[in-house]
Design a protein around this ligand. Sequence first.
Ligand code: ZN
Length: 158
Amino acid sequence: MKEHESLRQLLPLAAAGVLGEEEQLRVERHARECDNCRHGLETWRALSRDLRRLPQPVVPARLVELTRVRVLQERTVAETRHQDELLLVCLALFSGISSSAVWYLLRLLFGSGLSVLGVDILSWTTWLAGSTVLVWASAAAAAVALGNRHRELRRALL
Ligand SMILES: [Zn+2]
């Protein structure tokens, strides 16, 4: 009974011939023994045959070409976005490394005390806070510039 319920749900797929070989055989074996499923399978096969006889819609060649171009455009936009994200990550890494190098050089030149407006800018915490603010501001500016570029690219492609 349990197999009857589970195989009964597969009858439309079996009639359409889209099941795997093993499942198809299971359904057909069960249908030979179960009147209810055999009748269901015959009904679904008749429906499937009738559906295949209906005229198939013809897709206009222009629609196919437009869809193909659109897919290529979307792929181009996605690849450009990926490259831009990679560029942003590289810029952030470069910025962090160069900031650390400048801090290290200034420490070598001036020792530990370089005061600007009463703030020791070579202290580790002050430098980190300042460079973090600069990195985030640069990243925001780059993100805005890249966003504008994406909008222009989309406009050009559409
Ligand atoms: Zn059955």
